[in-house]
Design a protein around this ligand. Structure first.
Ligand code: UD1
Ligand code: CA
Length: 457
């Protein structure tokens, strides 16, 4: 069956108190609307349409990669009115699935369950029993337990308000029926809005069965209306991801202090992650990796048995097997480390390849460099890769030893097994195997006396 998913996303989101349309606010660094899209795109034979309104241009700009039809609702006159804007785009025999752009954590499995109930003679409705149903539309059932109507909170009697089963807003029904019912909606209600929920009564009147399902967890159908709820869903989402990782064999020192804002592409075994670690974008982590506290890793590949000590920031980097990074190291985009490389504290590496068994252990900046294997780069070494206008490369060949506090003024090549004396400013290529140093000769002045304090006049 062909599915036509409509995501309602025209609402303003006043309670966010934000210049940004609500659906562009993020959970795990991904816009709310994108969460809904990413889930629904997984349904086969699905055509997605988004009803947008507030902040429309910005929404379309930020989400321009979505494969959807954008339909504008100029005035927000209710959920039924939003659906009326889409009516002409719906084919008669499509199964229409209605989702909300501000309900980001709905699961594919729940939607599939709902869709399984829809035939030409039935409508699928997702409901949930809430301890506190305030604000939601209530589900009215007859004595036989069949759904007969949804009544909005503002229109409900005191008795109806005591009903705990509520409308999640998510439903699925055949196109031809939906279009007919949408054409019959009116706004005779407390909010003077066109309520989509009124189609339930129309369906019942036509003898269409209302088949309800409930999601596995409440979190799936919770909407974001303010920043408190945004945070609640962020935490719920992170908790779920943490649980998933632990189930896959990852040790988290504190599941509530771990954030995954993206995906883990490849996950080894026996990985240990300390507190306050943030993984972003697409990260791959090999077996037996240890990640210390307060570390951010973005779009990187971490090889097996790597140890990352506390407080590192790693982005677009590849780290070879058995390497040790940090504490306080920064690996910037384009860093590629071979196996068993050591990068120590206060070291910044940018767009550089460092081969097997090399060490940069203290206080260095290595940028636009190609470093061979078994190279030792002493404390305070700096590649001067930038003349203020252009960037130049530094090449350090296998086995070289760079003394502490050396400046390598690029472009420059340090030959194999060369030694550079501490404190050198290297401006020309360094030959293989030799000691090279550029240093003012040390002198001592025997008769020198320290100045004495002059007497005040
Ligand atoms: C709606 C339901 C209510 C349900 C609740 C679940 C109706 C009449 N009521 O109420 O039964 O319990 O959701 O959260 O449907 N939207 C538009 N255009 C509009 C109005 C809304 O696109 O003109 C979109 C919003 O952006 C949002 C969704 O529809 O994504 C729901 O709108 P909202 O105003 O939050 O609905 P509720 O009044 O909470
Ligand atoms: Ca409303």
């Amino acid at each position: 069956m062909k599915i036509s998913t409509i995501i309602l996303a025209a609402g303003k989101g006043t309670r966010m108190c934000s210049g940004l349309p609500k659906i562009l606010h993020k959970i795990a660094n991904k816009a709310l609307l994108r969460h809904v899209y990413d889930m629904s795109i997984q349904l086969e034979d699905n055509d997605i349409k988004i009803v947008y309104g507030h902040g429309g241009d910005l929404v379309k700009e930020r989400l321009s990669d979505l494969q959807v039809t954008w339909i504008e609702q100029k005035q927000q006159l209710g959920t039924g009115h939003a659906m009326q804007q889409v009516s002409e785009h719906i084919a008669n025999d499509d199964i229409v699935l209605i989702l909300y752009g501000d309900v980001p954590l709905l699961k594919l499995s729940t939607v599939k369950l709902l869709l399984a109930n829809v035939t030409s003679q039935s409508l699928g409705l997702l409901t949930i029993d809430l301890e506190n149903p305030k604000g939601y539309g209530r589900i009215l059932r007859d004595t036989a337990g069949l759904v007969i109507k949804i009544i909005e909170e503002r229109d409900a009697s005191e008795c109806e308000k005591n009903i705990h089963e509520v409308n999640t807003g998510i439903m699925a029904v055949q196109g031809i029926k939906l279009k007919r019912w949408l054409g019959q909606l009116n706004n005779n209600n407390a909010q003077k809005e066109y309520y989509l929920t009124d189609i339930i009564e129309m369906a019942v009147a036509e003898g269409v069965d209302i088949v309800t399902n409930q999601p596995e967890t409440e979190m799936e159908v919770l909407g974001v209306n303010d920043r408190v709820q945004l945070n609640q869903l962020e935490r719920a989402y992170q908790q779920e991801q943490a649980k998933y990782l632990m189930e896959q064999g990852v040790t988290l020192k504190d599941a509530s202090r771990f954030d995954l804002r993206g995906t883990i592409d490849r996950l080894g075994q026996d990985i240990e992650i300390d507190i306050n670690v943030i993984l972003e974008g697409c990260v791959s982590i090999g077996s037996n990796v240890i990640i210390g506290p307060n570390t951010c890793i973005k779009n990187s590949i971490i090889g097996e048995q790597v140890e990352i000590l506390a407080n590192c920031v790693i982005e677009n980097a590849v780290i070879g097997r058995g390497s040790r990074i940090g504490p306080y190291a920064r690996l910037r985009p384009g860093t590629v480390l071979g196996d068993e490389v050591h990068i120590g504290n206060f070291v910044e590496i940018k767009k550089s390849v460092i081969a097997k068994n090399s060490k940069v252990n203290h206080l260095s900046y290595i940028g636009d460099a190609t470093v061979g294997s078994r190279v030792n780069i002493g404390a305070g070494t700096i590649t001067c890769n930038y003349d203020g206008v252009n960037k130049f490369p530094t090449i350090i060949e296998d086995g070289a030893f760079i003394g502490s506090d050396t400046q390598l003024v690029a472009p420059v090549v340090v030959g194999k097994n060369a030694t550079v004396g501490a404190g050198s400013t290297i401006t020309r290529d360094v030959p293989e195997n030799q000691l090279t140093l550029s240093r003012v000769k040390q002198v001592s002045i025997a008769e020198w006396r320290r100045p004495v304090k002059m007497e005040k006049q």
